[in-house]
Design a binder for this molecule. Structure first.
Ligand SMILES: *[C@@H]1O[C@H](CO)[C@@H](O)[C@H](O)[C@H]1NC(C)=O
Ligand SMILES: *[C@@H]1O[C@H](CO)[C@@H](O)[C@H](O)[C@H]1NC(C)=O
Ligand SMILES: *[C@@H]1O[C@H](CO)[C@@H](O)[C@H](O)[C@H]1NC(C)=O
Ligand SMILES: CC(=O)N[C@H]1CO[C@H](CO)[C@@H](O)[C@@H]1O
Length: 603
């Protein structure tokens, strides 16, 4: 890129190779593995394992970064920021794992000479001295959809395209890699991860802002306009912050590490104006009969009898979910939690949860579950996580209850009704190996003009663990388990179809932690092939559809889908943001619960 601050009058020796020539106008250096001599640059910053230098002989090309990392633990020891130096070295493309991109660096620096000292060091303001970061696409290799299936059809490092920083965020940051930049008036779009990495947005344009100040992922848009602030160069640590916090300007160097282009700040982020931390309870209300029942779903994150967060989960159900009539819960562990023994029942865990709700509110819940076969359903070994239902016995009841066991397969019988109620479906299907089998049940509202049963499917599909990062080498990024989740959705869809084939007006609710986005293939199947309506799409603005935060994205993993008979103006959902936007110390579960209101009357 063009460099406004140049000290060319001080340049005494012509460099054999410039930084721009080292970087080239693509992702990988044209000089990879070659030795370079007399590279000249201004020391921009020093880190524990090297320094960043900016060319004193910039070219006129916005595609070639004028800065580069010099990797060597000792190179900085006799240098200071503001020194102009000259050095020889070997060009290296480094990455720690093959799903990440490469960082171009000068390694094994030799013949390091100080040409002058105390030059001013000026950072470029992102979006003022540079283009704006692109808001929708990461790289041209995603062909317009970063969530497309199949994925991993191309490798960025193999194609190594000419950079297009006006269109693609990875190209944008690659063309600035090594530079010292400032982000003015940054706002936190997530809390920091466990390493203190914090995603921010500057003053440049953004799409998908939600009411908390985060960035909601939407169809084909994984929010490339955000950038992560990594570990500070001075050894400080980024503080615990939350979505929407306003920070002081951040200055740091652009690099690539841990799967993302990132900025390593000179010092830790400082909060100027914290966002309000008040959570909003649901506004949806039950009428206590079939005309309006409230349905909640909550991933309670490995809950068991001794969980420290048990009473907080109960409090969230009371204060923020407003004690829904029926709650789909996921990640309920057995009575002794992670202890890996013969215990697989969760009746004491669920009894402790309902007792805590009763103690805090006086409201009585009953619960149902089906014990899994121990250690067959994934999750923490010995924990035997499963799905369960809590329900208000004053509002609904099981319809023709017939408790299923671990090896009983629930199917739809004449009625439609269930042979086992509650029961687990499709237990022999390999799609559910090492995964929670959906828990189905048939219910009836105790009061209301009609009392036809309605059906529920409680879902906790395979996780996305093992996916490759949004700034990674495989394009589109690897969405691990997407094929498996596709089979799981087919399994759920087949069950739903077997009810609808007997009664096209059947009332069916499929809800839970699907571990997938509504616009990605498995979920599209549920909508298009099985004609289920995504309640969020039906009733919520696009930017408020989220229940989880991962990397820079506020994203929706928890959903409610309903059959045609339940789709009307009255059907609504709210994601109760108790997790997505808070700081870690304030988290109760890693997922936001959701609450919906539905008319389940029918004849
Ligand atoms: C680069 O320089 C090193 C050290 O001087 C030498 O060992 C190596 O063979 C050179 N590599 C190339 C590709 O010339
Ligand atoms: C839990 O299950 C055990 C064995 O099935 C039973 O003896 C006990 O009464 C149950 N406890 C509760 C609170 O449901
Ligand atoms: C799909 O659902 C819609 C309402 O959500 C309904 O109008 C339509 O008839 C259904 N289509 C099929 C094939 O069942
Ligand atoms: C099929 C599948 O993806 N199974 C995974 C479900 O999730 C658990 C934990 O969340 C994993 O252990 C399974 O491998």
């Amino acid at each position: 890129m063009k460099v406004p601050v140049v000290l060319s009058s001080l340049v005494a020796v012509a460099s054999a190779v410039t930084v721009a020539e080292i970087n080239g106008n693509r992702f990988l250096s044209p000089l990879q593995d070659q030795n370079v001599t007399a590279v000249e640059g201004l020391v921009l910053a020093k880190g524990p394992n090297g320094i960043w230098i900016r060319s004193t002989q910039p070219d006129d090309d916005d595609l070639t970064s004028e800065a580069v990392y010099v990797f060597d633990r000792n190179v900085g020891s006799s240098l200071a920021v503001g020194d102009i130096i000259q050095l020889d070295g070997t060009i290296l493309e480094y990455r720690s794992t093959d799903t990440h991109m490469f960082l171009t660096e000068i390694s094994r620096p030799r013949n390091v000479q100080i040409i002058s000292r105390n030059s001013p060091v000026v950072a470029y303001v992102v979006g003022e001295d540079t283009l704006n970061p692109p808001t929708e696409q990461f790289t041209g290799l995603d062909n317009g959809d970063v969530f497309a299936v199949p994925n991993d059809v191309a490798r960025l490092s193999a194609v190594n395209p000419v950079l297009d920083p006006s269109q693609y965020a990875m190209d944008f940051w690659e063309a600035l890699c090594g530079e010292l930049v400032t982000i003015k008036s940054p706002v936190g779009v997530t809390r920091p991860n466990q390493y203190g990495d914090t995603w921010v947005l500057g003053t440049w344009p953004a799409t998908g802002r939600n009411e908390h100040g985060g960035l909601t992922m939407t169809d084909k848009d994984g929010n490339p306009e955000a950038v992560v602030i990594g570990t500070p160069l001075d050894g400080t640590r980024n503080p615990e912050t939350k979505m929407g916090d306003q920070f002081a300007d951040i200055t740091g160097v652009v690099t690539y590490a841990f799967g993302f282009y990132r900025i390593l700040p000179l010092t830790a982020i400082t909060v100027e104006t914290p966002a309000s931390s008040d959570a909003e309870p649901t506004t949806l209300e039950s009428r206590g009969d079939c005309r309006a029942i409230t349905v909640g779903s909550y991933n309670v994150e490995n809950l068991w009898t001794q969980s420290a967060h048990l009473s907080d989960i109960a409090a969230n159900i009371i204060q923020y979910m407003k004690t829904p009539d029926l709650i789909f819960v996921q990640e309920v562990q057995d009575n002794n939690g992670p202890t890996n023994d013969d215990v697989a029942s969760a009746n004491l865990t669920l009894a402790a949860l309902t007792a805590s709700i009763e103690e805090q509110s006086g409201i009585l819940y009953d619960f149902v579950e089906v014990e899994p076969v121990r250690n067959q359903d994934g999750g923490q070994p010995g924990g035997n996580i499963r799905n369960a239902y809590l329900y208000r016995r004053d509002v609904i009841e099981l319809y023709q209850p017939n408790q299923g066991g671990s090896t009983d397969e629930a199917v739809v019988v004449e009625g439609p009704a269930l042979n086992f109620n509650p029961g687990r479906i499709d237990i022999g299907n390999p799609a559910w190996d090492a995964s929670r089998k959906p828990l189905v049940a048939a219910w009836r509202a105790i009061r209301g003009p009609t009392n036809k049963p309605f059906f529920t499917v409680n879902v906790h599909n395979g996780s996305k663990g093992g996916s490759s990062p949004l700034h990674g080498d495989p394009r589109p990024p690897v969405n691990n388990g997407v094929d498996k989740r596709g089979e799981q959705v087919e399994s759920i869809g087949t069950f739903i179809e077997s009810i609808l084939s007997q009664d096209p007006k059947a009332r069916i609710i499929a809800a839970g932690d699907f571990n997938e986005f509504d616009f990605v293939r498995p979920q599209v199947l549920l909508r298009e092939k099985y004609n289920m309506t995504h309640l969020s799409t039906h009733s919520l603005p696009e930017t408020e559809r989220y229940s989880y935060v991962f990397d820079m994205n506020s994203q929706q993993l928890d959903h409610i889908y309903v059959s045609p008979a339940l789709v009307n103006e009255q059907a609504k959902i709210e994601h109760i943001h108790l997790a997505a936007w808070l700081a870690y110390p304030d988290l109760v579960s890693d997922h936001d619960p959701l609450v919906a209101v539905l008319n389940v009357c029918g004849c």
